[in-house]
Design a protein around this ligand. Sequence first.
Ligand SMILES: [Zn+2]
Length: 337
Amino acid sequence: MIIDCHGHYTTAPKSLEAFRQKQVDGLKDAKLSPAKNSLVIRDDEIRAGIEGAQLRIQRERGTDLTVFSPRAGGMGHHIGNATTSELWSDICNELIHRVCKLYPQNFTGVCQLPQSPGVRPDNCIAELERCVNEYGFIGCNLNPDPSGGWWKEPPLTDKWWYPLYEKMVELEVPAMVHVSTSCNPGFHTTGAHYLNADTTAFMQFLTSDLFKDFPTLKFIIPHGGGAVPYHWGRFRGLAQDMKKPPLKDLLLNNVYFDTCVYHLPGIELLTRVIPVDNILFASEMVGAVRGVDPETGSYYDDTKRYIDKATWLSDADKQKIFEGNVRKVYPRWGRNK
Ligand SMILES: [Zn+2]
């Protein structure tokens, strides 16, 4: 079985974005704020979007299941306040649940959290519990920077985040560290802000004792771990200078990387540097990079092709990347089946 641990609902019906626009308009003029029940999306609209894109691509590429979450750029935690994010998360997560109900063999849910700049993440606990207990979701996306590129929150290792971590541990759900749109013109969203956040989160983990406090807490750092695998020697050396244990003991029971690296040499570096036990297959389709690589004739985000071509990996290694590690990191998935 081939499980893609990183997919977003980038093909939702247009009425979802129209609702969001009304919600944004309502921040200036409350009379314009839409009621939740004013958004009506039919199953056939959901089917049209999914079958023409994510489901078709799963079939074409030979993958089986996508761990599916709301569009990351659309989370927009910087917009409005906690109430804004609560309604928006409620709506986006419910749509993911509907996709998973329509295609239970192909999609399993992960939620966005109703984060808001400067608001303690305690306010996310109820939505996480709802999505896990009522919808059967198996994880969440956690935004380390709800300000959208201005980095105003305490680091992910600060006790600020601990109530949420306590709930994640209790529910046995991991978080993918995933920012949303960049409002900082210096950071391109998918080309810089995403990779910055991946690298930043890793360094926060490295400098902390977070996993002493939460030995079973798990994070996935997406996009191949940002700059982390490429600079593994720097990170090992920094940890050593700080008299920290080797990275393997310090955080590799808790931190995992996905394979959203869009060329074979990058996948080779990732899989040679990071232990196979810490790598989860993912493509992020349909997402950040949508074109065909003229050098290979294949889609950049067809990451399965790169793993298939990784002759230095054994079949057992590939099985871990494609399936085994997902079962380990998302223990509720197996249980919900
Ligand atoms: Zn993503």
